[in-house]
Design a protein around this ligand. Sequence first.
Ligand code: PLP
Length: 449
Amino acid sequence: MAARNSRVLHRSLRETPPLAIGGEGAWLIARDGRRVLDASGGAAVSCLGHQHPRVLDAIARQASKLAYAHTAFFSSEPAEELADLLVGHEPGGLACAYFVSGGSEAIEAGIKLARQYFIERGEAQRRHFIARRQSYHGNTLGALAAGGNAWRREPYAPLLSSAFSHVTPAFAYHERRDSETDADFVARLAAELEAEFQRLGPETVAAFIAEPVVGATAGCVPAPEGYFRRVREICDRHGALLVLDEVMCGMGRTGTTHAWEQEGVAPDIQAIAKGLGGGYQPIGAMLARGELVETIRQGSGAFQHGHTYLAHPLACAAALEVQRVIHDENLLDQVRERGKQLERRLTERFGNHRHVGDIRGRGLFQAIELVADRATKAPFDPALKLHQKIKAAALAEGLACYPGGGTVDGRSGDHVLLAPPYIATHDDIDIIVDRLGAAVDTALQSINQ
Ligand code: PLP
């Protein structure tokens, strides 16, 4: 068995995960023949499910023509077409795309572009980046420094740049005081952000970085109404950029191509990944407002960055077809429709559950948060590892979901994130909620709750 002798350095060094040998739409097939309903696309990746024939064909066609050409020498047809599809119509002023291999690389590129832009504008003093606690922006050192998740940062803290500081997240369930309305809460967060600009010196701040809907670290947390408009206004007033990380929540996951469309603001720089290529190839992208690129074009003439696999032709061909399928099959309508069903079913199943404190999210990006006590919102003891128990119980039920811990502050709290494929059927959604319900109850019973 691969199990004990695997030489792959797996995420857990004590356990080898089962082998997945096939996929079929929303389902994954393990070597022992078990079929598992993929309710989270891994980490919100597989937006078209598995083995979509059009995407497989597109990859094969491109592979038979040209698998790779280095971007220092050539561009490629799929890269040019994908950029045209994503930013040809300049959504929110975003006019250029820089293709990388994943979300962390997209964030790194965004941080660097922001810094270089200000150098070339003659504002080299702009060297600070403000982000939010409990955010996740990736695991490479720059992206990890931007992120605000205490547990992920801790071992590497001495290596993380002090250019990044963190403010309170727009996480109403935990951060809004009982005495506050949403508007009060937004006003307090805006005042805190303004104070952070003042503490650093507003002329030294390059950008504010945030996920429009916080993903892995907090479990599908949208901001209260008006928050991002206030943030945009503060950045504009101080001449800083707004960088939105839509690696997890973007490319249709919340029911619009970009999550920021629902906030009434647009970013200067955006990171996308997961749903861009749907897992068919490793691909991410940084999208940038035209003026940023124009400033550098007129200045040094080159973005001082790069990787060997930038704009990989096979990755771009896969992402191009994924995006065409989403368009041709009107899958954003489907995300909104199925999203409503998912929310309704979660509310029916968990709305009165004594250990589910919150049900939240947008579109096909929804989470439940587990609490020991609904009245006080007290989390379970992290030593119980409730989220891991739910994951195991769900797999035993034939359901793959994405539970996480440290929901409250990076250390305590448990949530389960759901991100079904956009092609999920009415029945799939019902099965997801039924199986999750059983898994949550089994896991709670195992800790005597
Ligand atoms: N940003 C966000 C919001 C993410 O959710 C993730 C991954 O989960 C990343 C960045 C990092 O992406 P990757 O794992 O592809 O490097």
